[in-house]
Design a protein. Structure first.
Length: 296
């Protein structure tokens, strides 16, 4: 199976590349830009095009969000012209006001924000015009590298002693980019084998938490990892933010359908974050040894 991935520097694109490198049944072509032309699709001849998400569209300039929607529209036109499947990943922030109960796939986002509504319009068009599509709504992504990675920004700020501010009244399910990459390739492999289960799916980590709780856990585990290696580091503090004064806003995705259809289990974000912190510390140890060797 050959997949074309757009936005080469995105944390999900990098995770897809890592996952594909471990498999013998998946070939990746990764493009730097955010769009694709019919002629380029003809030359590459992929089985599917994957578009990584805007991780935090509510925090972005409206023009950037609209530009992303325009780019997805261009990709859809190209995929339709060449009969290539389209996979578009989107942020759970499209559910701007959240929901008290876990959100099912059939609940189409209806945000008040104009730029988010532009993204929903693109999603509506994909559903209406493309028979072979996956719209995958994701909880907040985290990874160690790439754009929209989040976790690396938290770690870098904490290690530099900077305070990290995080909302404590928005509840969501942090989602490992590596887990999403594994799931997407598995889903598409099943599609290539005749599953014919196109449509919208939700994918997120287990255990709903706030950004404040997630960030605090990262700080605690990071401190434990560093002290266990004999380092004395004064990490920055985690400061709570409140955006909703009346009640907590919940964006919890119900991921039952992706389990029932594809057998994809949600990954516990605590384990995924712990694994990434282990990897970060090993890289830090390696760099310190290299620096020592270079100065000797």
């Amino acid at each position: 199976m050959k997949l074309l991935i757009l936005d080469a520097g995105h944390c999900l694109s990098l995770a897809l590349a890592r996952e594909a490198s471990r498999r013998a049944d998946t070939e990746l072509v990764i493009e730097q830009g955010a769009t694709i032309t019919p002629s380029r699709l003809t030359a590459i001849a992929p089985d599917a095009v994957i578009i990584p998400p805007l991780a935090h569209p509510l925090n972005m300039a409206p023009a950037d969000v609209t530009a992303h929607a325009d780019a997805v529209d261009i990709c859809l036109d190209a995929c339709l012209s060449q009969d290539v499947a389209l996979v578009w990943c989107v942020s759970d922030q499209l559910y701007e006001d959240g929901l008290e109960v876990p959100i099912d796939e059939h609940v189409v986002p209806a945000p008040r924000d104009d730029s988010l509504r532009r993204l929903v319009q693109t999603g509506d068009r994909i559903r209406a015009e493309s028979q072979r599509h996956l719209i995958v709504r994701l909880g907040p992504l985290f990874a160690l590298e790439g754009s929209h990675a989040w976790l690396n920004e938290i770690i870098d700020s904490l290690v530099l002693g900077k305070a990290v501010r995080a909302a404590e009244d928005v509840i969501f399910c942090p989602t490992s980019a590596d887990a999403v990459a594994m799931a997407l390739i598995g889903m598409l492999q099943q599609q290539a084998s005749g599953a014919d289960a196109w449509g919208a799916y939700h994918l997120a980590g287990t255990e709903p938490v706030s950004a404040f709780t997630f960030t605090s856990m990262v700080r605690t585990q990071l401190l434990t990892h560093l002290e266990g290696r004999g380092e004395q580091v004064s990490l920055g503090e985690v400061q709570p933010l409140k955006h909703h004064h009346d009640a907590k806003l919940r964006r919890v995705l119900n991921c039952r359908r992706v389990l029932d259809v594809f057998g994809v289990h949600q990954k516990p974000w605590r384990l995924e974050a712990g694994r990434m912190l282990d990897a970060w510390c090993l890289t830090r140890d390696h760099n310190r040894v290299s620096d020592t060797g270079a100065s000797a």
